[in-house]
Design a protein around this ligand. Structure first.
Ligand code: PEP
Length: 252
């Protein structure tokens, strides 16, 4: 059995004051749903104050990005050890980082290794663009992102990984994939790629999330699918009641 996981990606939203107010609003609701692993990923500046608010709860904290080097002359970057001071999770290779900041499968791979060797749980994002989807290239692109992004990860570390399948055309567009289509990508592309990298029993233990315009209204459609183990939620994670309702849907 894979424990469902819901992670909220706040992207570049919320000052510290606003972040504190949002967490205060959602915390009581989030704490009522213990069967689901719950993770908040605020911007870097809010990690320290939010980690203080989460002490004594079972709510996890994640960063939205990370550099792979331990330290040094990398202006503007944040190291694994710095993130580890506050977080248990880190989002790696989000499509917005791939599109706007030049992330590649190779930088994703370096970050995955750095996260695992610093005992951080990487939430590794994969997904095809609209153009790739319409050209019938989803399988090729997603399998490559999984295989190259996770290259040389040791099998005994693999079950700590979390994959998020986020078709780029569904992110922030209000145009979610259907549960059935997303499930098919997980069943026919991602899990077989994981089995090829590791082995079938290991692949069966790795959690795979769906992301892309998940709301409280459509969450059940995804969580009812056998391969989908939760969601990476963007816009809807900035609304307390909506996010709590998505978490509650994952518990059913
Ligand atoms: C995301 O940022 O990972 C995401 C899925 O965004 P949204 O839910 O807003 O589509």
């Amino acid at each position: 059995m894979r424990t469902p996981l819901i992670a909220g990606n706040w992207k570049m939203n919320k000052t510290v004051e606003q972040a504190r107010a949002l967490v205060a609003e959602m915390l009581p609701g989030l704490q009522t749903v213990s069967a689901v692993e719950r993770v908040l990923c605020p911007p870097f500046t809010a990690l320290m104050p939010i980690s203080a608010m989460l002490v004594g709860t079972e709510i996890g904290l994640g960063a939205q990005n990370m550099h792979w080097e331990a330290q040094g002359a990398f202006t503007g970057e944040v190291s694994p050890a710095m993130i580890k001071e506050f977080c248990q999770y880190v989002i790696i290779g989000h499509s917005e980082r791939r599109t706007y900041f030049g992330e590649t499968d190779q930088t994703v791979n370096k970050k995955v290794h750095a996260a695992l060797s610093n005992q951080l749980i990487p939430i590794v994002c994969v997904g095809e663009t609209l153009e790739e989807n319409e050209a019938g290239r989803t399988a090729e692109v997603v399998a490559r992102q999984v295989c190259d992004g996770l290259k040389d990860v040791p099998k005994d570390q693999a079950t700590k990984l979390v994959i998020a399948y986020e078709p780029v055309w569904a992110i922030g567009t209000g145009r979610a994939a259907s549960g059935e289509v997303a499930n098919r990508v997980l069943a026919e592309i991602i899990r077989p790629a994981l089995a090829g990298l590791f082995d079938t029993p290991t692949a069966q233990q790795i959690r795979i999330l769906y992301g892309g315009s998940v709301t409280a209204g459509n969450a059940q459609e995804f969580f009812g699918q056998p391969e989908i183990d939760g969601a990476l939620v963007g816009g809807a994670s900035l609304k307390a009641a909506e996010f709590v309702n998505i978490v509650a849907a994952a518990a059913k």
